[in-house]
Write a protein of this length. Structure first.
Length: 202
């Protein structure tokens, strides 16, 4: 992605939250680097020293952990105009363009520009709320409800995410998710069939 378009995307995104002058935007953008990743390429892996935060221009990145049995657990999915940072592993599930900024430069900008400090503080607050809600849903919702919640939250990328990743995100196997969806379909079909029969009798 060319620098002009990248700058326009980042500027538009920041301006939805804070007020910045053109000179401030130019200065902020000078601290970012454009990076392109292929499908299945890692932004970082477990054990890496995390030096950067990433703003996604386009594409999809999965963040995940590997348990002691070698099983992958999806922590989050990030797509265009979202940030991804210090997880155990982050890998692209399709070709992805990002703007990266070093942790050092981000802290520098926060110290120099109050509105940027406000922006990242608010971003962190929303991230904490999001993870709290995610934990609550994992503990309290049924598989059906978790799947519906996923579809609502990730509606923009739903058709691009493999079913195995959706299953991992909501904490079940792909087979369990398929069975749950089939049972739901059968329930809805039976309900509609009975309703049709009642209407026909009337």
């Amino acid at each position: 992605m060319n620098p002009i378009l990248s700058k326009e995307i980042l500027s538009k995104h920041l301006k939805t939250s804070i007020n910045l002058s053109d000179s401030e935007l130019n200065y902020i953008f000078s601290h970012f680097k454009i990076k392109k990743y292929k499908k299945h390429q890692f932004l970082f892996q477990e054990g890496d020293f995390i030096e950067f935060d990433y703003f996604i221009l386009n594409g999809i990145v999965k963040s995940y952990m590997i348990d002691s049995y070698g099983k992958e657990h999806i922590i989050n999915l990030a797509y265009e105009y979202l940030w991804i940072s210090d997880y155990q592993c982050a890998c692209c599930i399709e070709e992805t363009n990002v703007l990266s900024i070093s942790i050092h430069d981000k802290d520098k900008l926060c110290n120099e520009i109050p509105s940027i400090r406000k922006y990242f503080r608010e971003k962190n607050r929303k991230a904490i709320i999001s993870y709290h809600n995610r934990i609550t849903s994992m503990l309290t919702l049924s598989i059906d409800e978790k799947h519906e919640s996923f579809k609502n939250e990730f509606s923009k990328i739903l058709n691009k995410v493999p079913k195995s990743l959706i299953a991992s995100y909501i904490g079940v196997s792909r087979e369990t998710l398929s069975r749950t969806k089939e049972k739901k379909y059968n329930r809805e079909w039976s309900k509609n069939h009975l309703l049709h029969e009642k209407i026909s009798i009337q």
